[in-house]
Structure formats: C-alpha cells, structure tokens
Design a protein around this ligand. Structure first.
Ligand SMILES: [Ca+2]
Length: 405
C-alpha cells in the first residue's frame, strides 16, 4: 500500500474524504518517521484528484461585467480591462454595448459596467447545505498525479454548471440621449443554451495539495428588472440572435485535498437552479478530494501541511472579473439555548442572540449560553450523584423499616 500522508495528518478534513478511524497514533508516527526517512531523495506519493464539483462564493466588490465600449481616463483613454482603445472615436475592441431600444422604445445603448456579487442559489428540497455558494464548476476527469513533485501536473476538462450573481448597485438606463433615467437591477445566471468546456491544470507540489490554473468558459444570461414596476428584459448570451461571445475567464489559485475549515459541501443529486428559470438542475457529482481557494503551508513533498489559509482568487477576462473564494461556513452559537451550536452561513446565523464564528467549527469555540439557572455538565453529574445517593438512603430506610424486629 502506498503512503497516503494526507490521510494520516494530525487533523482531519470534514466529511468528504474521511480517513479510516482504525489508524491509530502509532500508525501516524510510523508514517511520519517513514516520511522523514524518505527525505533522502524520493518524494512522497501523491493522490489523484477525483472528478467533482467545486463551489465558490462571490463577495461584494470583487466582480463585474462590462458591455464595454466606454474608454475612460486620459491620456490615453483605456478600456476598463486595461487594453488600449482602438479607432476614432475610440472604442474597446472586444466590447458590444446593449443595443438602442433594448430596454424599450428609445432606450439608449448601454455600455457601462455592472458591479456584481453572489446571490444564493434557489434550492429545491436539499436545504441550504450548498450556501453560501453562488458558482459551481464541474471537474469532469480524474487528475492522475501519482507523485508529489514540483513538476507533477495533469489537465482536466471543466464546465461551469451553476451561477447566481446579482448587481451590487442598480444600473441606470436612459432614453433619447440621456433623458428619463431609470434604475434597473441585474441578475446573472447561466444561459439556457449549452456551456462550453474549459480546462484546468492541477499541480501537486505539496503533499496535501498544490496549485491550479484554469480557463473557464462562461455563457451567462442577464435578467434586467426595472425597479419601478418590475418589468423584465432578458439577454441570453448563448442565444444566437445576439452577437456576444462566451466569457473566457482565467484563474490561478491553490487547493488542498481536505480541510478542517467548514466549507460548504455538495452531494451528487443536490439541486440548484443553474439558469434561474425556476426549474431545478441536479449536480452530476459531489465535492471530491479537492478544495480550491485554500493554500497549504508549508508546501513541499516531504511533510504534511498542518496549516491552511483561505486564498481567494480572481477569474479574469477581457470584459469580466469574477473574484471568488471558498463558500465559507462557520459555527453559529445560539446563546439563548443550551449547547446549541450549528455549522451554517453568516446570513443564516444573523438572528437574535446568535454569534457567528467564521471558518470555525463547534469544537473550536466555546458556545456560551445564558439560560437561568446555568447548569454545567459537572453540575449535572453532581446532581445525578445526589439523586442516586438520596434514592439509596430512601430505599435503605424503607428496607430497614420493612424488616420485622
Ligand atoms: Ca433551471
């Protein structure tokens, strides 16, 4: 049997890849000793990364989309993406504004930027175990990584399978050359049309993880909603009637095989509304032994990495940026109820007398509660002993009383 050092780590990641509990401390020490002995030259056996879904959440202020023909700043004016403007009058080469009339008779072309943030998926009967995820990506292949080394890498196919973003601030739509400004909200989901496959290169440079780089193709669907009356306009980038192309987003980041952080987990068959049409889609697979957005430390092929850090990344393209991080959950301590601690999102924990501890588990925190009177566990033991003693004395006396003299 090969040496799976990450299975023998000091702490264990949650639920996704439970280590056999039969392995005792002695086995762990043996593995560590062997690992140190291996230092002489051979590197540690790595683990393949199994196919799975990767979930991300998108904080406010990290993402945007631009229909981008607007060149700003001078001199010289540049596109928001940093590429030079072209032509006279200058425009951004890859941009196509929303055409005149899109929002109604006389509406002006829309060429501004939309600031976006995550919006929790609509769930169907699976509770909210995926929260606070708003982006789900599918790694379709096994990344075969038999040896941990600085050059160990494999490429797998990826596809975005769910997306739910919303505008951080409404956009302003004008008519007839700047008149009658209206505020519209924008929701972004996946297209009703098929998504293209991208690719991810996974490197296994640390015994417990490594780094990745990816090229993700995203075909979004924009739903614009007028604030005043709820009127809706839909722009589906996948619809051939529009001359827009999919977004090609590049990202680089870190990953670990397992984590002690309470990160949202997915199971095959969990359902979300990927394209926001009110009908659920089921996830083809669940979370596997790959948690992106977390970096292991130290990172080498000879020792385990006892420390981990959340390391958000940005998927960037010519017209869009998508700043993402792991969907972080935490311990929610209800101080009003006896020993009530659950792992949940900050949003779900936003209740009276509840305190949320980001990325900590219930074992990590002391969940204080303030019922009156306070009965500690030791108090319960003492109380139980007193009751037992009392019972013994009582029955003892009854027995004595029953004995005829
Ligand atoms: Ca749907």
């Amino acid at each position: 049997m090969g040496m799976h050092l990450h299975n023998d780590r000091v702490w264990q990641g949650p639920r996704a890849t439970p280590a056999p509990h039969s392995r005792g401390l002695a086995v762990r020490f043996a593995a560590l000793t062997a690992a140190i002995a291996l230092n002489a030259g051979a590197s540690l056996r790595a683990d393949d990364v199994q196919p799975g879904v990767d979930m991300w959440s998108t904080p406010r202020g990290s993402s945007s989309h631009e229909f981008d023909t607007k060149c700003e700043g001078d001199p010289p004016p540049v596109c928001w993406s940093g590429t030079p403007c072209e032509g006279d009058p200058p425009v951004c080469p890859s941009g196509t504004p929303l055409p005149a009339g899109f929002f109604g008779d006389g509406s002006d072309p829309f060429d501004d930027r939309i600031d976006l943030q995550g919006k929790e998926f609509q769930y169907f009967g699976t509770g909210n175990s995926l929260a606070p995820a708003d982006t789900i990506m599918w790694r379709k292949d096994v990344a075969t990584l038999p040896q941990c080394s600085a050059t160990a890498q494999d490429e797998v196919r990826i596809e975005i399978i769910a997306l739910s973003l919303t505008s951080s601030t409404p956009i302003t739509v004008t008519y007839n050359g700047g008149a009658n400004p209206e505020l519209w909200d924008v929701d972004v989901c996946l297209s009703d049309w098929a998504q293209d496959e991208g690719s991810m290169t996974i490197k296994h440079e640390c015994s417990d993880g490594g780094t990745f780089s990816s090229s993700l193709l995203v075909t979004p669907k924009f739903t614009f909603t007028r604030q005043s009356d709820g009127a809706e306009k839909i722009l589906d980038i996948g619809d051939p009637q529009w001359e827009y192309s999919s977004l090609d987003l590049s990202a680089e980041g870190s990953w670990v095989h397992s984590t002690r952080f309470p990160i949202a987990q997915a199971n095959a068959g969990d359902t979300v509304d990927a394209n926001c049409d009110g009908t659920p889609e089921a996830l083809p697979v669940g979370t596997s032994n790959f948690y992106p957005g977390i970096s292991p430390s130290p990172c080498d092929c000879f020792t385990p990495s006892p420390q981990q850090q959340v390391a958000p990344t940005t998927e960037a393209g010519a017209l869009a940026a998508h700043g993402i991080g792991p969907p972080q959950r935490g311990a929610c301590c209800d101080e009003d109820t006896f020993e009530s601690c659950t792992i949940t999102t900050e949003k779900e924990c936003d209740r009276k007398k509840c305190v949320w501890y980001k990325l900590l588990t219930c074992e990590d925190i002391k969940c204080n509660h303030n019922p009156i009177p306070t009965v500690s566990q030791w108090g319960l033991v003492v109380l139980t002993l007193l009751l037992l003693t009392g019972a013994k004395v009582y029955f003892g006396r009854r027995l004595q009383a029953a004995i005829p003299r």
